[in-house]
Design a protein around this ligand. Sequence first.
Ligand SMILES: Cc1cc2nc3c(=O)[nH]c(=O)nc-3n(C[C@H](O)[C@H](O)[C@H](O)COP(=O)(O)OP(=O)(O)OC[C@H]3O[C@@H](n4cnc5c(N)ncnc54)[C@H](O)[C@@H]3O)c2cc1C
Length: 521
Amino acid sequence: MAMEQIKEMTQDYEMYLRDESRTVGFAEQIAFPHTAGEVKRILKECYAAGEKVTVQGGRTGIAAAAVPYGGCILNMSKMNRVLGMRKEDETYFLTLQPGVVLSELRKMIASKHFSTAGWSGESKEAFAAFRKDGAFFFSPDPTETSATIGGMVSCNASGARSFHYGPTRNHVYGLTMILSDGREIRVTRGQKANGYQAEFLCDDGTRVVAPIPTYVMPAAKNASGYFAAKDMELIDLLIGSDGTLGVLAEIEIKLLPLPGVIWGTALLFEDELSSLQFVDKLRNTAEGIASMEFFDGGALEVLRKQKKNSVAFSALPEIPAFVSTIIYVELHSDTKEEAMERLHRVGDVFEEAGGKLENTWVAMNPRDIERMMFFRHAVPESVNMLIDERKKEDSRITKVGSDMSVPDDHLFDVMRLYRRTLKENRLQSATWGHIGDNHLHVNVLPNSMEEHARAKELFKQWAKEICPMGGAVSAEHGVGKLKAAFLAIMYGEKHIEEMRRLKRAFDPKWQLGAGNLFAEK
Ligand SMILES: Cc1cc2nc3c(=O)[nH]c(=O)nc-3n(C[C@H](O)[C@H](O)[C@H](O)COP(=O)(O)OP(=O)(O)OC[C@H]3O[C@@H](n4cnc5c(N)ncnc54)[C@H](O)[C@@H]3O)c2cc1C
C-alpha cells in the first residue's frame, strides 16, 4: 500500500508481533497514527486493499487479542493526548485519545497537571474548576499500568478495585469509533437500542444497523464476547468488543472523588478453606471493601523463592512457613473513624474464620499501600520469570492461565473443582486474583509441552463445568484468540453465529481483529 504512514514490517518492528500472552503473530505492514483523521485514511486504504487490520494498545493483553494474524498492525501508542475536560453537576469527565497509558493518566489526575494546548474554552473552564476542587481518581486497575485506555475499553478490563467500583465499562461515557471502511460513529451513554436492534448514525449520514445477539449474559463478572441485552445502551456494545468492530479514536471517562482514607490489610491464613469462609462472610456483611485479592500456596511459594533469589524482589515481606493463603482487603472510607470501624469488622470476621490478629499486615499510609501493590504485582511477574527459565528447556512452554468467574453461591464448588482436577492431573499451579468476585487466575506452570497440553484440556473441562454454574469463561482479560474455543462452549454455535452477524454489520469484509472471539467461518 502506498500511504506513507503505512510502513513495511521489518525486524525493527518485531516486538509488535507479540503481546503479554507471549504468542507471536505475523504481519506485512504497520502504522502508528497520531490523529483520528490518520486512522480514517489508513483504514480506508486497508479497506480498498481488503487488508486485515489488528489494533494494538499497550500490548499488555494476555489473550493474544493484539497479536496480528496477517495484514496491517494499527498501533495506537502515538495517539496519547488528553483532548479535553467536561464538568457536569459535580462530576468531571476527561476525553482521551486511546493510546493514553494508565500510569500516565493516573499521574496527571493525581497531580492535576494536563497539557491543555488545543483544549476548547469549555474544557479550560472545567479544568480551572477541577484544579480548585478535591482529589479525584479513575478506578479501573488492571494491575499492569502500561495498559492503554483504548485496550482497557476494548477488553472491558477490571482488576482488584472493580469489586467495588465495577469494570472499565462503568466509567466510560462517550466513544468515537472508526469503522473498517473509514466511517465514524459517536455514541454517548444514554443512547439505547430498539429491542434487539442497534442503530448507529455515521459521520457521512449513513447508518449501521446491527442485530444484537439474544443470549442471556451470566450474572457473574464477565468479559466474554459482546455485551448484549434487549434495549441495551449502545455504548456497551462497543465496550469489550476486543478490536473486532472498529477502532476507538476518542474515549470519554468519568472521574470519581478519591476516598479520604485508603487502608489495606493482608490476612495470613493457615488453610485455604478458612480463607474462603472469610471471603464469603465478609462480602455479605461489611461495607467499604474496595477489593479482596487472593494468593494461594502455589503463588506464595513462587514469591518466597523470588525473594530469596532476586535482589529486585528483596523488599517483599517475609511470608512465614505456616501461611497457605493470603487475602488482601482494601478499604475505602471517608474518615479515619469510619476506616477504623471497618478494619475492626475485617478483624472480627478474620477471627471468626479461625485467623489470629497477629497474622495480619496492615497498611495505613500511601507508602505501605504501595508496598502491598508491589506484592500483588510481584506474583504474575515472578511467575513469568519462572516460565522464562523453563523456556530454556523448551521454548514453546508458556504458562496456561485461566480467567473464569462464577456467581457467589458457587465459590466453594469452583475451588473444589480446581483443586481436585489439578491434583488428578499432577500439574503445578499458582493461583491469585479477585476472590471477591469469585474470579481467580489459576496459572498452570508446565514443565513440558505434554503438561502444557494437559493443562489446556483441563481448562476446556473447567469451561464446560463453570458455564452451567452461571459462570463466564473470561471475566476481565477478554476472549482474544486464546479463549475463542471457550466462548463457543459458553454460548454455543447459534449465539456465535449471532455474534458473527453483528460483526458483519460493522466490518463486512471481516478485516478487524482477525482470529479474535470466533472464526469467520
Ligand atoms: C502482569 C499483568 C497483570 C494483568 N492484570 C490484569 C487485571 O488484573 N485485570 C485486567 O482486566 N487485565 C489485566 N491484565 C491484562 C491487560 O493489562 C488488560 O487486558 C489491558 O486492558 C490491555 O490493554 P492494552 O492497552 O495493553 O491492550 P492490548 O493488549 O494492546 O489490546 C487488547 C485488545 O484491545 C484492542 N484495542 C487496543 N486499542 C484499541 C483501540 N484503540 N480500538 C479498538 N481496539 C483496541 C486490541 O485489538 C485487543 O483486542 C494484566 C496483564 C498483565 C501483563
